[in-house]
Design a protein around this ligand. Structure first.
Ligand SMILES: [Zn+2]
Length: 240
C-alpha cells in the first residue's frame, strides 16, 4: 500500500471526515463527482513544492498527500495529525505566490490541530464563543458543508455571542462543494440572516472565508506572510 494511502487511512481513523460526509445526504451529493484518492504531480512540480514547503518553518514535520484534482472539488485541506491534502490541480502550474499563500494557509490549520487550546483562547479573545453542535437546529445543520479543517473540534462558533455563521448548501438539484452561502443564525430567535452582523463587517471587512474563525485567521495570517512559530505565536497572543 502506498504511503499516501496509509496516511489517509490513519487520518480517517482519527477524524472520520469521509464517513461524516457519507452520512450526510447533501455532503455526499456535493461530492458525487469527486474522486478522493491519492494522485501525483510531475517530478518537477514535486521538487518545486518541496522547495516552497522548506521555506515555511510551520510545516516542519508535516506530511503532504497529493490527491486527484477533483478531490473535495479541488479544495486543499488538512487531515490529522499533520497532513496537507493538495489536489494536483492546486499545485500543477500554480503561480509560486499563490502556492506559497496556500501552503501558509494550510500551515495555520495544522497549527490549529496541534495547539487547539491556543486557538480557542485566541478566538474567544477576539469575540467568538464556541457553540455546542446540538444547539444548531437540525434542519440547518443538515444543510451545512462539512469542512475537514473545522469539523473535528468545534464546528460552530458565534460572533458577538449571538451570530453563528453557517456554510449552508444552496437549494439546487445538482450540488457541488462551491454551492454554499454563508448564512447567519441568530441564537436568540433561530432566525437566519443572509448578511453578516454590522459589528462583524466592522472588524473583519468581507473575508473570503467567513464560515469559521479558524478560516478567517488562516486567511488573514497567510496573507500577512506568517510562516514561523514565533511570528504566529505573537499573533495569537496579541489582539488584532
Ligand atoms: Zn482553510
Amino acid at each position: 500500500m502506498s504511503e499516501a494511502r496509509k496516511l489517509l487511512i490513519e487520518a480517517e481513523r482519527i477524524d472520520s471526515y469521509r464517513a461524516k460526509c457519507k452520512a450526510s445526504i447533501l455532503n455526499e451529493l456535493a461530492r458525487s463527482q469527486c474522486k478522493y484518492a491519492p494522485f501525483f504531480v510531475s517530478p518537477e512540480e514535486a521538487q518545486r513544492l518541496r522547495g516552497l514547503i522548506y521555506r515555511i518553518e510551520l510545516l516542519n514535520g508535516a506530511d503532504i498527500v497529493i490527491l486527484h484534482s477533483s478531490a473535495d472539488n479541488g479544495f486543499p485541506h488538512t487531515r490529522p495529525k499533520a497532513i496537507i491534502c493538495l489536489p494536483d490541480s492546486a499545485v500543477t502550474d500554480a503561480k509560486e505566490e499563490n502556492l506559497s499563500d496556500l501552503l501558509r494557509h494550510e500551515a495555520m490549520h495544522i497549527h490549529q490541530r496541534k495547539f487547539p487550546e491556543l486557538w480557542r483562547d485566541k478566538c474567544k479573545a477576539e469575540g467568538w464563543t464556541p457553540v455546542p453542535t446540538n444547539e444548531i437546529p437540525l434542519e440547518f445543520r443538515r444543510r451545512c458543508r462539512i469542512n475537514p479543517d473545522t469539523c473535528y473540534d468545534t464546528p460552530f462558533w458565534a460572533w458577538a455571542t449571538h451570530h453563528v455563521p453557517l456554510p449552508m448548501f444552496k437549494n439546487a438539484e445538482s450540488l457541488t462543494l462551491s454551492d454554499v452561502n454563508i448564512e447567519w443564525l441568530d441564537r436568540r430567535t433561530g432566525a437566519i440572516f443572509h448578511e453578516p452582523p454590522k459589528s462583524f463587517t466592522e472588524k473583519y471587512g468581507s473575508p473570503s472565508q467567513p464560515e469559521h474563525p479558524y478560516e478567517i485567521y488562516a486567511v488573514k495570517y497567510a496573507a500577512a506572510g506568517i510562516s514561523s512559530h514565533s511570528a504566529l505565536y505573537n499573533k495569537l497572543m496579541t489582539s488584532d
